[in-house]
Write a protein that binds this ligand. Structure first.
Ligand SMILES: [Zn+2]
Length: 52
């Protein structure tokens, strides 16, 4: 739905399970506690055969 704030809820890092703080305003939704965690998680998923 257009106009719905995607950052209104807390995101949990799939890499380590910690809460990820969201910066208000424009920009991408942060999914990981840091970019390196996201990269490692994606590598692991690729190794398991997921198209991420
Ligand atoms: Zn993390």
């Amino acid at each position: 739905m257009l106009g719905q704030p995607a950052k209104s809820h807390t995101v949990t890092c799939p890499h380590c399970g910690e809460d990820v703080e969201q910066k208000p305003g424009a920009g991408r939704l942060r999914l990981y506690c840091d970019p390196e965690a996201g990269r490692q998680w994606r590598q692991r998923m690729r190794a398991l055969g997921f198209p991420v």
